[in-house]
Design a protein around this ligand. Structure first.
Ligand code: NAI
Length: 337
């Protein structure tokens, strides 16, 4: 018998609820039998205390070497302080595609059952380039960068994904009525790519209308293609459609590397209270297993997760249960048999 491959993966537990959900997810992922060697690193304020750097050089090297990372949320100070670790890592490794599948889980009552949306967010440009300055006291400017290259490659990612996975429709979401040049360029690039994919329907909606449409009738959408800021906001809105931020996974994908992380942040309001739902990070780990071509393990975990939700046996409080973070993990482990 051939020895099973061991995957070297960079692990960033993060802060806030990060270490709790990471611990739960590691227990579950390791029980699949897939072999991992985790290279664990702190990032953000914790890393600064330990190493005097917000992102230690060894962490960058580890991601560059392993090309796959699993990451918990990292707190970003508001209105000052250090630059977002998430934005910095996405930029550094050119992880231009942020992929966020939004699906209902069984056993959870929501206004809209059977939601099955894909949010594709441009991950390196837009308002997140961090070009802000005070022009004169009391006046600041913030530069939004949209490039032809960046817009074309994210549009191509969305269309190629759609074709490969049998998706029928892509909507570009924009505000080109106001931001005529920047969002106009984004749309022009998307339209050009759309012409190469006549098998996939293409539409365009303005961002404000889209938010209303999503809460009134999410079924009209299939794949949403958005710039960085719009994608950030709309994916949280979509998380609300299926039961909250505890449930939505994400992947940051580039040509070389991939970082898998939940959509949610560090949730300081519930950190350290054994209340966090590890489902979003677990679903992100399932995306990672598929990326590593560990399909059987991914299928097994997905099935166990569906069972836990369908039976409503070990659910956390955000989705109406009473279980703690580790009890939820126990529930998934039991369902794996
Ligand atoms: P958040 O996503 O941390 O929390 C929003 C709400 O959702 C809170 O009520 C929280 O309790 C709840 N929630 C989030 N995840 C949950 C989970 N797994 N289980 C149960 N409830 C959950 O957003 P917030 O409060 O705006 O941001 C907190 C910090 O996280 C900020 O510093 C922000 O910059 C950072 N952040 C980091 C991200 C990352 O590392 N990828 C992504 C988003 C935010």
């Amino acid at each position: 018998m051939t020895e099973r491959k061991k995957h070297k993966v960079t692990l960033i537990p993060g802060d806030g609820i990060g270490p709790e959900v990471t611990q739960a997810v590691l227990r579950i992922v390791e029980a699949t039998g897939v072999k991992f060697e985790w290279e664990r690193y702190a990032a953000g304020a914790e890393a600064f205390e330990l190493h005097g750097e917000y992102i230690p050089a060894a962490l960058y090297e580890s991601i560059a070497r392993n090309r796959v990372a699993l990451k918990g949320p990292v707190t970003t100070p508001i209105g000052g302080g250090f630059k977002s670790i998430n934005v910095t890592l996405r930029k550094k490794f050119d992880l231009y595609a942020n992929f966020r599948p939004i699906r209902n889980l069984p056993g959870l009552e929501t206004k809209w059952p059977g939601v099955n949306l894909i949010v594709v967010r441009e991950n390196t440009e837009g308002e997140y380039v961090g070009l802000e300055r005070e022009v004169v006291p009391g006046v600041v400017e913030s530069i939004k960068v949209v490039s032809e290259k960046g817009s074309t490659r994210i549009a191509r990612f969305a269309f190629e994904y759609a074709r490969k996975h049998g998706r029928k429709k892509i909507h570009s979401i924009h505000k080109a009525n106001i931001m005529k040049l920047s969002d106009g360029l984004f749309l022009r690039c998307a339209r050009q790519v759309a012409e190469e994919f006549p098998d996939i329907a293409y539409g365009e909606h303005i961002i404000d209308n889209t938010c209303m449409q999503l809460v009134m009738n999410p079924y009209q959408y299939d794949v949403l293609l958005l710039e960085n800021l719009y994608g950030d906001i709309v994916s949280d809105l979509c998380a609300g459609l299926v039961g909250g931020l505890g449930l939505v996974p994400g992947a940051n994908l580039g040509a070389e590397c991939a970082i898998f992380e939940a959509v949610h942040g560090s949730a300081p309001d519930i950190a350290g209270k054994d209340l966090a739902n590890p489902t979003a990070l677990l679903l992100s780990a399932i995306l990672m297993l598929r990326h590593l071509d560990e399909q059987a393990a991914a299928d097994k975990l997905e099935k166990a997760l569906q069972t836990v939700y369908a039976e409503r046996k070990a659910l956390t409080r955000d989705v109406g249960g009473t279980a703690g973070t580790s009890q939820f993990a126990d529930g998934v482990l039991a369902a794996m048999g």
